[in-house]
Design a protein. Structure first.
Length: 253
């Protein structure tokens, strides 16, 4: 197994992987966080916060710190750092693996409208009372909407302009189906806008929307450069333990 691992974190999978690696003899894991979330969950092993200053600087950092492997376990919508990691690891000659949970898939009874971007989602929403769960950035595309009422839920208060008719709810998952049903009922929500983040932590809202017949505007994941990728912590550990082989690269739309 690689001795020094840079883990690009910010997800539950990253926390799980950091804990497993920190408990592995002979392995030093350094988890890098963007620093956008105040009071992040505790991580095992060493941590660093903030950007690297660009792709060239990241490549130089990998070389200077004698990093043996990079695992990108950032949020599926952190496209900029994922692209930078692919370029920098190639420049430094360091193997890289993407750890990405699968996206959500609509099932029987779901009313989903897949949209490529947040800006596209803000155009022609199919409802008047919106539950907006897309994180704290990019909300300015909804600010011009003077007609609809928005319940904006995020881990911390967003920056930038918000819609005139909006209420902010700061909360961190996991959420439950009964809790999400109560939230949708209480605020008479008739459309849910969310990103295709995947995972179980925040999936309860989708079940609640299905049960109540509430349409879901689902923002697709942004594209990133093709790179070797796995879906689970166990697969990432196996990749490291087998000397970071080069599985077939796959792109994501």
């Amino acid at each position: 197994m690689s001795n020094r691992v840079l883990l690009l974190g910010g997800t539950g999978e990253a926390r799980q992987l950091a804990a497993r690696l920190a408990a592995t003899p002979g392995v030093e894991v350094i988890t890098s966080l963007a620093g956008r979330t105040r009071d992040p969950a505790r991580l095992e092993g060493a941590t660093r916060t903030g950007g690297f200053g660009g792709r060239g600087q990241l490549a130089a950092w990998l070389t200077a710190e004698r990093i043996d492997a990079v695992i990108d376990a950032t949020h599926p919508f952190a496209a900029a750092i994922s692209a930078a990691a692919v370029t920098a690891s190639g420049q430094a000659g360091v193997p890289l693996l993407q750890l990405r949970r699968p996206g959500w898939t609509a099932g029987p009874g779901d009313d989903w409208r897949r949209i490529p971007t947040l800006a596209a989602a803000a155009t022609g929403l199919p409802g008047e009372r919106v539950l907006l769960t897309v994180g704290r950035t990019g909300l300015e595309v909804f600010a011009a909407d003077q007609r609809r009422w928005f319940l904006i839920r995020s881990v911390q208060a967003p920056d930038g302009p918000l819609p005139a008719r909006a209420r902010l709810l700061t909360a961190r998952g996991p959420f439950t189906v009964p809790g999400e049903l109560a939230l949708l009922h209480e605020h008479e929500i008739d459309v849910l806008v969310t990103k295709d983040s995947g995972g179980e932590l925040t999936a309860a809202k989708l079940t609640a929307a299905r049960q109540l017949g509430v349409p879901v505007v689902m923002v697709d994941r942004p594209p990133v450069p093709a790179a070797p990728a796995v879906a689970t912590v166990a697969e990432a550990l196996a990749w490291l333990s087998h000397g970071c082989p080069a599985p077939a690269a796959r792109g994501r739309d």
